[in-house]
Write a protein of this length. Structure first.
Length: 515
């Protein structure tokens, strides 16, 4: 196989992997809406308590460990077809996951106590069993990626997400239809994850067996190298994909206990937390889509491209950050203005609208933070960004303890905004130093402010024009109203940016090519 053919296959696979990742995260955001509609805010609370743990386990199997395996194989090309190497790798992964399983299973009573809800203990123990499937799915996924075969990984991600979505929605429907206990949604979420990983493992096994033939007599590597190169590095890579999960995990541990401390009864504290969790699907959607679009609009960058042509690389970074900023600010303004309608449209009532409006300010920083983190990884700052995210988890927890005691769930929303703002400043500082203290926010402010004013004006005019139309009569009418308002605002916003120097000539050419 020629190098050109290999590169072409690699880039096609990488593109499909990006699409699969985006598909999975968008689907993950949307299935929460029928889940909340069927099980109510209490059921949504239960799901969101268990979801961060499931999400983190999936991050190990989807991103961290497979990436670490493929990088280890790239640095040790002689073991790419070694049967002994894959046996050693499976042993290391199994030992690591058995340790993690034991830790999670034994600590589940403590975790449930920290969450302020002893009824979650059984679901947490059930979730721990997920970890034991990670060695299999990771072995095949990482092995295929190590042979530059990205397509099976992408397809397996789609399989996982579709199965999880189907089972979770089915569980929610059964709870609604037969008036089952809402805590069963947590069991349904874990069951969905287990079935998804099993199905993915079978698919990956068939792909691995079809494309890769292992050598029975080849040599392996020493186990300590595998521990450092796969397990430790895999953990670091995984943490770099856990920004939103860390925030949700801190909420899971701190909000309900803090609400109880200020006088909320247990049921009302849990329900209030479920109301605040309504914002999570929208935050995830805007963050993922905004960062993915911005990064997709610039050519692939590596540390080598920075060393060869720092001026051109700096321009690309500024383009990604500028477009990410435009999308984030526009989305934040739209959510702030439209959240009463969005709340009714998706979640049937206006409960928690003030808190959710405050929470929507997170998108001012979240997408740009993800973009900056991706750029930092290019410079090899993976350990630093992992530490920053872990510190952010602690900051969020501490801010919740303080602000929830004063402002209830609105305090938790403000804590999230402040935490993501803190993470943005930290990651921006490290990227600023990495590029030789060059400023990265190269925004044409007159154009940007004019576009923001135009967006706000269009939203107000649209609202006044439909003031006497009964859009609230049905949720379908409300959906059409909100959709039209979003499209109109987006058109005005982007039109002004396009016509008033919001984009450089080079960026306009890039955007035209990506249409």
């Amino acid at each position: 196989m020629t190098q050109d053919i290999k590169n072409n296959r690699l880039w096609k696979g990488a593109f499909l992997l990006t699409i699969a990742s985006l598909f999975g995260k968008v689907l993950s955001a949307f299935y929460r809406i029928p889940l909340q509609n069927l099980t109510g805010d209490m059921g949504f609370y239960v799901y969101q308590q268990i979801y961060p743990l499931i999400g983190m386990i999936f991050m190990f199997g989807l991103y961290g460990l497979p990436s670490a395996i493929s990088m280890f194989m790239a640095s040790h090309p002689k073991i790419a077809y070694s049967k002994l190497f894959f046996k050693q790798l499976f042993v290391i992964l199994l030992v690591f996951c058995l340790f993690l399983f034991g830790l999670l299973y034994m600590s589940s009573p403590v975790l449930a106590t920290w969450m302020g809800d002893g009824q979650l203990q059984r679901s947490l123990q059930y979730a721990a069993w997920l970890v034991l499937l990670i060695p299999v799915v990771t072995l095949f996924r990482g092995g295929l990626q190590g042979h530059e075969m990205m397509s099976p990984t992408a397809i397996s991600q789609m399989i996982e997400q579709l199965i999880r979505t189907l089972i979770i929605i089915t569980t929610a429907y059964l709870i609604f239809r037969y008036q089952l206990g809402v805590y069963q949604i947590a069991d349904g979420a874990v069951t969905a994850a287990i079935v998804a990983l099993v199905a993915s493992s079978f698919y990956l096994y068939r792909a691995f067996s079809k494309h890769i033939t292992l050598d029975q007599h080849s040599s392996g590597v020493d186990y300590w190298s595998l521990v450092k190169g796969v397990v430790f590095y895999g953990i670091i890579v995984s943490v770099n994909h856990m920004l939103l999960l860390f925030l949700q995990l801190a909420d899971a541990f701190s909000i309900v206990p803090a609400l109880k401390d200020i006088g909320y009864e247990s049921f009302h504290a849990k329900e209030a937390k479920g109301v605040l969790d309504r914002g999570q699907p929208l935050l995830q959607l805007v963050t993922v889509v905004g960062s993915s679009v911005a990064l997709a609009l610039i050519p692939h960058m590596t540390k080598m491209s920075w060393q060869v042509n720092p001026k051109a690389s700096l321009a690309k970074m500024r383009t990604a950050i500028r477009i990410g900023t435009y999308l984030s600010v526009g989305a934040a303004m739209g959510l702030l203005f439209l959240f009463p309608e969005i709340n009714v449209m998706f979640f049937k009532n206006e409960a928690g609208t003030l808190s959710l409006r405050l929470l929507s300010l997170v998108v001012l920083f979240s997408a740009v933070t993800v973009i900056i983190t991706s750029l930092l990884q290019m410079f090899g700052y993976i350990k630093i960004t992992a530490v920053v995210f872990v510190v952010g988890f602690s900051v969020k927890w501490l801010l919740n303890e303080w602000l929830v005691s004063v402002f209830a769930i609105s305090g938790a929303a403000v804590a999230t905004v402040l935490t993501v703002g803190f993470l943005f400043l930290c990651t921006y500082y490290f990227l600023y130093r990495a590029v030789g203290k060059q400023h990265l926010f190269n925004i044409h402010w007159p154009s940007f402010l004019l576009a923001c004013s135009g967006l706000l004006l269009s939203l107000i005019v649209f609202e006044q024009a439909f003031r006497f139309v009964a859009v609230y009569e049905t949720r379908s009418l409300l959906f059409g109203y909100v959709l039209l308002q979003v499209l109109a605002g987006l058109f005005v916003y982007m039109f002004i940016l396009w016509k008033t120097s919001g984009f450089t000539d080079e960026e306009k050419e890039i955007l035209k090519k990506r249409k």
